[in-house]
Design a binder for this molecule. Structure first.
Ligand code: PEP
Ligand code: CO
Length: 467
């Protein structure tokens, strides 16, 4: 790919010499490498002017928040906390509404309370939110009725409609996505500061589906004990729970579109390190984890906690080099490996990968994404995932980490607070024939409210996540 910035990268502080980062790294050094999954903008001048504007706009998060999250992830590495990372496969600019944000925050907070009770350790809440707008695609082109157009790559890049105009990458929408991310974060912060939903009233928890489950009594017990514990805490402190216990919530997204990420990468003088301030916790997708590729080059210089998606195709040697390049100083909390093999393949790959990382001496947080290796297409052409496969991969990961004397330190889920029908199974037994009823995702199928709650309850009750 050609260099994107003929005028060089933007940094707000010129004092490069003082930076603690590697001397051979710079926010634009990725431009000398092959960058997979990048759009080609037809109008280079417009593109550069948008990137310039983005680099002058204020950051979306602060380095204090980023460092606080890194400390929590370090605790999860030691088995003292558990990561819950979840949200849409891809956010949508048109769906940044009050209801959608409230629903997503509510499901993640409720899941985290259930998991807190069951696992008896702090839950680190991280949304796939406020910036999850760029998608890797397996094909560059999509063909319908003989016509081929560039694939949809997320609302940061182009549009879902099937016309040449919709699919042409438009730099202007990067600014819209940046703005929507800011609005989302702003609303989340206000909701959390304002105390948000009455989480300790189980009657607000929409748990009707529990009746359909064979473990209904167990679920009700769990929810009752959450509510009782919160009441107890309020009684002894004399304050509503949100005042005594600040709820922390962090944002994450796949750092796919490198010019966008670069534009918000800042050298902070008081820390002498470079931060990506579009999000707290960016990750490298499975398709862009090439050792010599642009994404690994860009990520290695960041001070943020970062994650990489690890699929079945990665060799032990690749993984060993990757953890060394991405966490050369073995910084606690710095590196998370999100494994996504599929229920059928987890036993073949996870043990060998755990054994491969160990001799490098690099400590990592192991997280299971039980979604992306379990995607299938129904006879009617719906992309779906079976609840049983999701659960099977998650249980297998917990067991394997235990067998290898380590920890499963978190879970990465695609979910929504809405009542969609995209994944099959769960307590209500959603069938393939139900998918047409409320299938909304433009990309991957998400767990709905009930299915997500059920996963949280299963993690809390039965997974034996603890070593
Ligand atoms: C995703 O998280 O939406 C995704 C594309 O994942 P992966 O890189 O693991 O395929
Ligand atoms: Co996805």
């Amino acid at each position: 790919m050609p260099a994107l910035h003929s005028r060089g990268p933007v940094c707000i502080v010129p004092a490069m010499a003082q930076a603690r980062v590697q001397a051979d790294w710079h926010p634009a050094s990725w431009q000398t490498r092959d960058a997979a999954q990048q759009p080609t903008y037809p109008d280079q001048e417009r593109f550069e002017s948008v990137v310039g504007e983005l680099s002058r706009l204020p950051p979306l998060v602060t380095s204090w928040e980023v460092e606080a999250l890194k400390e929590k992830l370090a605790a999860a590495q030691r088995g003292e906390a558990f990561l819950l990372q979840g949200g849409d496969c891809a956010e949508n600019l048109e769906e940044v509404t009050s209801d959608n944000i409230v629903q997503k925050l509510k499901i993640l907070l409720q899941m985290s309370l259930v998991m807190l009770m069951g696992l008896r350790k702090p839950i680190i809440r991280v949304g796939r939110m406020a910036g999850q707008y760029a998608k890797p695609r397996s094909a560059d082109y999509e063909t319908r009725d003989g016509e081929s157009l560039p694939s949809y790559r997320g609302d940061l890049i182009n549009r879902t409609g099937f016309t040449a105009a919709d699919r042409e990458p438009d730099p202007q929408i990067m600014l819209r996505a940046y703005g929507r991310s800011a609005l989302t974060l702003n609303f989340i912060r206000s909701l959390i500061d304002g105390g948000f939903a009455d989480l300790h009233h189980p009657e607000n928890w929409d748990l009707d589906f529990v009746r359909e489950s064979s473990t209904a009594a167990e679920y009700h017990e769990l929810v009752k004990s959450v509510s009782k514990s919160l009441d107890f805490l309020e009684a002894i402190t004399g304050e509503p729970i949100h005042r005594t216990r600040r709820v922390e919530f962090y944002a994450s997204h796949e750092g796919l579109h490198l010019p966008y990420e670069q534009a918000q990468t800042r050298l902070l003088p008081h820390r002498r390190r470079w931060y990506n301030l579009t999000t707290h916790f960016p990750w490298i997708g499975m398709r862009t984890a090439d050792l010599t590729g642009a994404h690994v080059e860009y990520f290695r210089g960041l001070a943020n906690p970062i994650a990489v998606k690890i699929g079945p195709g990665m060799s032990d040697e690749h993984l060993q080099s990757l953890v060394q390049v991405l966490n050369p100083d073995n910084e606690p909390g710095r590196l998370t490996l999100i494994t996504r093999f599929g229920a059928k393949h987890v036993d073949e790959h996870l043990p060998r990968m755990i054994r491969a990382v160990r001799p490098t001496g690099v400590s990592v947080l192991w997280v299971c994404d039980p979604m992306h290796g379990n995607t299938e297409t129904t006879a009617e052409g719906y992309k779906t995932r079976r609840f049983d496969n999701i659960l099977a991969e998650l249980s297998a990961a917990a067991r394997i980490h235990q067998e290898q004397d380590g920890y499963l330190g978190g879970v990465h889920l695609e979910l929504t607070g809405e009542n969609v029908t995209e994944c099959v199974g769960g307590a209500r037994g959603l069938k393939e024939s139900d998918l047409a009823r409320a299938y909304k995702s433009q990309v991957d199928p998400r767990l709905n409210y009930e299915q997500a709650m059920e996963i949280a309850m299963l993690i809390a009750g039965r997974l034996g996540v603890d070593a």
